[in-house]
Design a protein around this ligand. Structure first.
Ligand code: PLP
Length: 408
């Protein structure tokens, strides 16, 4: 008799973004003809940079002729793209990693969700609170956690590293032992970045505890503040205790194209004697469960890492960052307290008058027709905040900013 995996039943009500979409839909049905200014999800809106689009068109042309057609590629990714990433890390971050430490994927979300499968199910997980929901949910579905507690709004067995105003939204490492620590900088949802010293405390902790850091750097190109690391491997010793996940979604507009990568170094220190185990297990995982990223997307990824491609991608990033500045200025001008939005596309905004995240979400929708994401959906410490996203056409961002100023 078949049984469904009971771990999935432990996941709490609807994943955050479908729930936001449901409530916006319901509002639109109640208010026919009214435009919703969507600053809710982190979905890109602008065109793919021209040299990347050209490279993908060329790849389609090559695939359409039998003498240049190619079928399955390496599950780990096109060696040209892995090589290009290796050079990129060396040139931009001064980091030396072998190209076979780079595993190309269909995006950071799948990798962030799947990475837990190569660790023991008895692993103690630590997450930033608030955090991108995938880290917690994938560990719940993978059976690495206890049950959800309604009172605390936390899962048993997970260490929540509270990130709030008192620590500038950058938590310190846990006081107790953790085996796997998820970090995301620039952070989704708070927009916070970590300094070199702050990251070093995590690397030191990981060495002390023989723990592994899963570092999600999906927004690293948004960092403009001087001296802020863009890769965890800029911290000495991180190649022995950190796995880094990244994406072409937010700098190349590949949210729909789908392309990302994960770096699993060869010499990660765990309780196991064999330092290459995690690299081998991720290789085994990818070659068994995945048949390689789309070859058209990978051609675009290679173009994104050329000098011209980087220039175009950074122009795209600048566009979204200008959007973030417009939103932040508007929110601050009506007396809202805002964080982030400088090294990040997200403006983390405090709910006024003690309103809850969902109440402020509803108020913004009702009064300004602006849709945001309630902070409580990212974890209990997100309560009392909303995340305003800078992904949108400039005219829509300006309309939303004007509406906030006029109607709130
Ligand atoms: N990691 C973080 C922190 C994100 O915010 C997102 C998307 O919003 C992702 C990963 C997903 O990236 P991808 O589109 O590559 O799956």
């Amino acid at each position: 008799m078949a049984h469904a995996n009971e771990n999935f039943a432990h996941l709490q009500a609807g994943y955050l973004f479908p729930e936001v979409a449901k409530r916006i839909r319901a509002w639109s049905e109640r208010n026919p003809g009214e435009k919703v200014l969507r600053l809710s999800i982190g979905n890109t809106t602008e065109a793919i940079p021209p040299s990347l689009a050209r490279a993908m068109k060329d790849k389609i042309d090559a695939l359409s002729k039998s003498d240049t057609y190619t079928g399955y590629g390496d599950e780990q990714g096109d060696i040209c793209l892995r090589e290009a990433l290796r050079s990129h890390y060396m040139n931009e971050y001064g980091v030396t990693l072998p190209s076979d430490a780079f595993f190309i994927s269909d995006g950071a979300k799948s990798d962030a969700a799947n990475i837990q499968s190569i660790f023991s199910s008895s692993s103690v997980i630590a997450v930033q609170d608030p955090a991108y929901p995938v880290y917690v949910d994938s560990n719940v579905a993978g059976g690495h956690t206890g049950l959800y507690d309604r009172e605390s709004e936390c899962y048993g067995g997970i260490i929540y590293m509270k990130s709030d105003e008192s620590n500038g939204f950058v938590a310190s490492p846990p006081e107790s032992h953790a085996d796997i620590i998820y970090l995301c900088f620039p952070n989704n949802p708070t927009g916070a970045v970590a300094t070199r010293d702050q990251l070093r405390t995590f690397v030191d902790y990981a060495h002390r505890e023989k723990a592994i850091i899963i570092f999600d750097a999906a927004y690293c190109d948004y960092i403009q503040s001087a001296g802020i690391p863009r890769s965890i491997y800029e911290i000495e010793g991180a190649e022995e205790c950190a796995i880094e996940i990244n994406s072409f979604s937010k700098n190349a507009g590949f949210t729909g194209v789908r392309l990302g990568w994960t770096i699993v170094p060869h010499n990660l220190i765990t309780q196991d004697e064999d330092r290459s185990l995690l690299h081998r297990f991720w290789n085994r995982r990818q070659t068994t469960f995945f048949n390689g990223a789309c070859n058209i997307a990978q051609a675009g990824g290679i173009a994104a890492l050329t000098e011209q491609g980087r220039k175009e991608c950074m122009q795209l990033v600048s566009y979204y960052k200008e959007n973030a500045a417009i939103i932040k200025e508007a929110a601050a001008s009506i007396g809202l307290t805002c964080f982030g939005g400088v090294d990040s596309p997200y403006v983390w905004t405090k709910c006024p008058d003690g309103l809850s995240s969902w109440d402020f979400f509803s108020l913004l929708l009702e009064k300004a027709h602006v849709a945001v994401t309630p902070g409580s959906g990212f974890g209990p410490a997100g309560e009392g905040f909303v995340r305003i996203s800078a992904y949108g056409h400039r005219e829509d961002i300006e309309e939303a900013a004007a509406s906030l100023k006029e109607n709130l």
